[in-house]
Design a protein around this ligand. Sequence first.
Ligand code: MN
Length: 301
Amino acid sequence: MTTAETPAPTRSVDRIVPSISTIEGGGFPVNRPFPSPALDVLDPFLLLDEMAPVEVPPGEAVGAPAHPHRGFETVTYILRGEVEHRDSVGNHGIIGPGDVQWMTAGDGIIHSEMPSERVQTEGGVGHGLQLWVNLPAELRRTAPTYQALTADRIPMARGDGWEARIVAGSMLGVDGPATTHTPIGYARVTIQPGATVRIPAADGHNAAVYAFSGRGELGADHTALASNELAVFEPAGGDLMLTVPLDAAEALDCLVLTGEPIGEPIARYGPFVMNTEDEIVEAIDDYNAGRMGTIAATGSL
Ligand code: MN
């Protein structure tokens, strides 16, 4: 941008959504801004969970044993700790700190997401994010795949007092490595006290910021955002402006999401997301009949 250009407008925050605290998988705590009583869906995003940072003693770590998904994608970003995954397509690996696993469940997959053997033995703090990304009707039953976006593959944009790891989409002049089925931006942004970052977002794309550490102020009117809260911006075009007050005790660490709405009806039942109730019944029947496969026993890494 040259100095002669008019600055882009700044989006306002439409609302601040608190997280609900709930228990997932085998019994680990999550902070969940949506779906919740305050926000059902943020099209094209269906769910956001922060696996809360909890110190777990040796031998007591729990994860999510084998379970199915159909009709959408799960995106797992590990901040601390390690998750070992296995799935019915034969994939097996460890997602470590800074790594993202972008799994397209599509037609159907069974997977397990468990603490690694090392975490099981040694204990420690686990912390991560899981986002569910919807698929349009014609792609709901696409073949399941996953993308291992390891930390070394995730590029960084940097400015004065901030850095942004770009996982998906083109943000702040950097292209994320994820292949997405609809236009999506996904970035982890860290902003030091006293710094501001402006992130352009396409007109009509939904945009939100989830704070998982620290606090900030968003938009031209400096709407306050605390940890474990989600700020949803108004959809009209303009930059997302994130500021951290100079007197803040720590940096703001947050997830910035943008996405083109899919705009189709959604039918949900637990791990299945489709367009109609009939398709949900079909998914349950297919799972019960074993048509989503099984996880083969393989050696540990
Ligand atoms: Mn899962």
